[in-house]
Design a protein around this ligand. Structure first.
Ligand SMILES: Cc1cc2nc3c(=O)[nH]c(=O)nc-3n(C[C@H](O)[C@H](O)[C@H](O)COP(=O)(O)OP(=O)(O)OC[C@H]3O[C@@H](n4cnc5c(N)ncnc54)[C@H](O)[C@@H]3O)c2cc1C
Length: 805
């Protein structure tokens, strides 16, 4: 079929992601959509998927997405006339270990909060639902009646038919060989059959998405792994409505197929498929059997379902599937090229999730921005450094196993580390730092006392708690240093820099030089796209400091709002400057010992900054504190950071100076009611809901992005409201727990930490719906903590600790 010379949207890849994106774009009214597939539809990974479809995802928005997918799969046949193989057979998840039982209890509470039907059932009932299940070593099970399974090829073809019916043109046998880019925008694709000009390109190229992205400098960090399941001949008692069954402790799953079983799983050490580039001719192909790699899964499966010992195995299927560095898929407009979208990297859940993901990316294309908070899957969570193939392969070896592995709270991934380090990395390591990784940066989570070993992971009270209590004490009563070098730092400079910031920031940015302003940046819905501190370095120069995870995102957000004619350049300077936060009531005394400059409260007021001497170095001192109380953030050139740190340490011994880590920082900022972007703040939360209006200059001359939405919502009933919760007992919470009022789920905890001040956990969380407007200080509530009810009390004060600026 000849190619058109023009289309509005060109979709690259005819697997389930491409077909779903095409279907939803057409449904949203887009015309002239062209889908190009190098082989035949489904020929990549889609054709050999197992077809399990579950609803529960780790957060509310993603669960909503999966639920939508199920509704779509259940109704698509009626629309297109093509069967999808959808069977709502339900799913049974079984737990063998006590910790897994606790995890299930949390999932149950979350499911109830997210509106997903889910029941705890006894192992015996699990055995009745799934014939042949060994149950005597099981402790509990969950039953999700609305989960199911599909035939992936049929589903994909049905989506393609739905798309064609709505006018989408699908052309097979055409490889897209390149991208046409003009002035930073995608304007077309190249193929051997000729070029096609377009306004939007969507990379739905599955495991090829990384190499296809690279053709035009777009980073799509994914890497394939070999992925396995067996298919058996018929087994007595196995019928089409046998539920999907997952045994995460055994790393395995099952579903019925033609009266037999499909059994596969997620081994802890996966096998990256190191072929680079992946040939375009890899169509309807599989990889060689590898029974050694599959052995752990087979052994566990024979234990769980002894019938497999004698069942006839038709085949061991080995097909490659792509995995990403954090195990979440990749959606959205690439920061490198405007009009270039990605929908790929499905980590072995593309069949279940493409229905919803295709809709989300279509909404993003049509609406110009995501319709809801998609940060977990947003392509902008990845910095350019994640393109490294050796690191990707190593990480894929780890992330495949995350599906079913026991995920301990605050568990860190281990592969491809350490990568981004501050100059203090070795020094802090020698002083007992236990590092975690954020956006590739190694950051001290806490400091082990000499001789102490790293505590075992737990769902209960962590072994490191006494150590972070000591760090808290030093911060509140003496002085502590935190290495916060991983902050994102962006420099905006130029004649129109102020005008850009005034338009984007909700606070007033027209302040004197050396003044620091904390401000949210809002989207048109009034949601918080980012929250940053901005220092005015000169009339036309601003340093924007953002969270460690967000520089790529914020660079993109700010960059796309600089008008064509405006004179304002934005540069990521994150790695040029380190940040040492010197926090605590004796911080001024400590700095006075290493600096001749006057840092008194009158000379350097809160929210002001100045260049000072420290030791032999020049640094920028900012009167700022994320943890509350007196404190200075020192912005230090990278090459002088070791010197400055050692000068502070030398001077501070008798002041009770300690190193502090991120677990302490987090607990202290929760205690202070400081909201964190990605937890309390995001594109779906407005300053009204988050209690952030003190940082919004509603009457600013000229207005700002999001102001109309805020004005429209003024005085309105809140859809949700952020509250502080103080635990009544000594239970340890981690975040993500369900908040209960009168036993009913009314919201979720966004952040939790231990407070030395209250001698208990403290948390921030959203109460939703009618309850948001009814809760008040002193309201007694409860938390579902691993299935147990833990009493908490709501507070109206954000700061639980007095703050002496
Ligand atoms: C063993 C196994 C079991 C699985 N089981 C499940 C399951 O039970 N449930 C579940 O949800 N998921 C499962 N998955 C995962 C699921 O199969 C994938 O996530 C999903 O198929 C990915 O779809 P896709 O459209 O992104 O990729 P693909 O299906 O690979 O589609 C990408 C397409 O792009 C085409 N293409 C690439 N480059 C170009 C180019 N330059 N020009 C034109 N075309 C191009 C390719 O030919 C390919 O057809 C499983 C995967 C495996 C391997």
């Amino acid at each position: 079929m000849p190619l058109p010379s023009h289309a509005q949207v060109v979709i690259v890849g005819g697997g389930i992601a491409g077909c779903s994106t095409a279907y939803h774009l057409a449904k949203l009214g887009r015309t002239e959509i062209l889908l190009l597939e190098q082989g035949r539809l489904t020929c990549g990974t889609t054709w050999h998927a197992a077809g399990l479809v579950g609803q529960m995802r780790p957060n509310r928005n993603m669960t909503r997405m999966s639920k939508y997918g199920i509704e779509l799969y259940a109704t698509l046949e009626a629309e297109t006339g093509l069967a999808t193989g959808w069977k709502q057979c339900g799913s049974v998840n079984v737990a063998r270990t006590p910790e897994r039982v606790q995890m299930f209890a949390k999932q149950l509470a979350m499911a109830q909060s997210f509106g997903v039907e889910c029941h705890e059932i006894a192992p015996k009932e699990a055995g009745e639902r799934f014939p042949g299940l060994r149950t005597e070593d099981l402790r509990s099970a969950l039953w999700l009646p609305h989960d199911g399974k599909v035939n992936p090829t049929d589903l994909c073809m049905s989506l393609a038919k739905g798309a064609r019916n709505r006018g989408v043109k699908i052309v097979e046998g055409v490889e897209v060989t390149g991208l046409l880019v003009e002035r930073g925008r995608a304007v077309g694709v190249t193929t051997r059959e000729g070029d096609v000009r377009c306004e939007v390109v969507v990379n739905c190229a599955g495991q090829w998405a990384r190499q296809f992205g690279r053709l035009s400098g777009v980073n799509v960090p994914l890497f394939p792994a070999e992925h396995f399941y067996i298919v058996t001949e018929r087994i007595e008692g196995i019928h089409p409505m046998v539920p999907v069954m997952r045994d995460p402790d055994g790393l395995i799953y099952y579903k019925e197929e033609v009266g037999g079983l499909v059994m596969g799983g997620f081994e802890l050490e996966a096998k990256p498929w190191k072929v680079d580039p992946i040939p375009a001719t890899f169509q309807f192909q599989l990889l060689d059997e590898d029974w050694d790699q599959f052995e752990i899964l087979m052994r566990n499966a024979i234990h769980r379902t002894p019938c497999l010992e004698t069942a006839q195995v038709k085949m061991l299927l080995n097909g490659p599937e792509s995995f990403t560095p954090d195990g979440n898929f990749i959606l959205g407009e690439a920061p490198e090229v405007r009009g270039y979208f990605v929908c790929a990297g499905f980590n072995s859940s593309g069949i279940a999730n493409s229905g919803g993901a295709g809709r989300l990316v279509a909404e993003w294309i049509v609406g110009g921005e995501p319709s809801t908070d998609l940060w977990d899957v947003d392509i902008r969570r990845f910095g350019g450094f994640t393109a490294n193939r050796r690191a990707l392969a190593a990480r894929t070896g780890e992330t495949l196993g995350l599906h079913y592995a026991m995920r301990w709270p605050r568990q860190e991934l281990e592969s491809a580390r350490p990568l981004r380090t501050s100059p203090l990395y070795d020094l802090l390591g020698a002083r007992g730092a236990e590092f975690g990784s954020k956006n590739g940066w190694e950051r001290a989570n806490y400091f082990r006392p000499p001789g102490a070993s790293r505590p075992q992971p737990t769902l209960g009270t962590p072994g490191w708690l006494p150590w972070i209590v000591d760090e808290q004490q030093a911060t509140r009563e003496a002085v502590a240093i935190y290495d916060q070098t991983s902050f994102g730092k962006l420099l905006l400079q130029g004649r129109d820099a102020l005008a850009v910031l005034q338009r984007l920031c909700a606070n007033d940015m027209d302040v004197p030089v050396d003044r620091i302003v904390y401000t949210p940046m809002l989207n048109a819905r009034g949601g918080v796209e980012s929250d940053v501190t901005v220092t005015r370095l000169a009339a036309d120069r601003f340093l924007i400091v953002t969270g460690s995870a967000q520089p790529t995102r914020d660079l993109d957000w700010i960059g796309r709002h600089v008008g064509d004619g405006e004179h304002a350049t934005l540069t990521d300077v994150s790695a040029a400057t380190c940040v040492l936060s010197v926090m605590g009531p004796r911080s001024r005394e400590l700095l006075a010992r290493v600096s001749p400059d006057d840092l008194s409260a009158q000379s350097l007021r809160f929210s002001w900054t100045r260049e000072i001497d420290v030791g032999f170095a020049r640094v920028r001192a900012a009167r700022m504190s994320y943890v509350g109380g007196l404190g200075f953030e020192l912005y230090v050139p990278v090459e002088m950071t070791r010197h400055v740190y050692l000068a502070l340490v030398d001077a501070g011994g008798d002041l009770g100076l300690r190193d502090g880590g991120y677990y302490t920082l987090d607990a202290l900022r929760i205690e202070q009611g400081r909201r964190a972007w990605g937890a309390e703040l995001g594109p779906d939360e407005t300053p009204w809901q988050a209690g952030l209006m003190a940082s919004v200059a509603l009457d600013k001359a000229g207005g700002f992005l999001g102001r109309d939405a805020l004005l429209a919502a003024r005085g309105e009933v809140l859809a949700k409201k952020l509250v502080t919760l103080v635990f009544e007992g000594d239970a340890y919470a981690w975040g993500g727990e369900t908040i209960l009022l009168d036993g009913m789920p009314v919201g979720d905890i966004t952040s939790a930490g231990w407070s030395r001040t209250t001698g208990s956990c403290v948390a921030l969380g959203y109460v939703r719906g009618d309850h948001a407007n009814r809760v008040h200080a002193g309201t007694d509530a409860a938390i579902d903590l691993w299935g147990a009810r833990v009493p908490v009390r709501l507070h109206d004060r954000w700061r639980l600790v007095g703050s002496a600026y």
